[in-house]
Design a protein. Structure first.
Length: 72
């Protein structure tokens, strides 16, 4: 696993810890792929543009959750 993939996995794991969502749900939410995390954990990789889309979706989801908490 490359350092880039480890970094992505670490960031996703932090999001899972923050939200309490399952790995499957997070994979679907971020990449429309419920098997994303198991595949990454087994050493699979993602293309750089896909990684960026996942990171963008992760940041957007964090912002959305933060905004909804502020509104409540």
């Amino acid at each position: 696993m490359s350092a880039m993939d480890r970094s992505l996995l670490t960031e996703i794991d932090s999001f899972i810890a923050e939200t309490g969502l399952s790995e499957h749900r997070v994979g679907v939410l971020l990449a429309a792929n419920g098997r994303l995390l198991p595949r990454l954990r087994k050493g699979g990789r993602v293309w750089p543009d896909t990684e960026q889309k996942i990171r963008d979706a992760l940041h957007a989801e964090r912002a959305r959750r933060c905004a909804s908490e502020d509104a409540a």
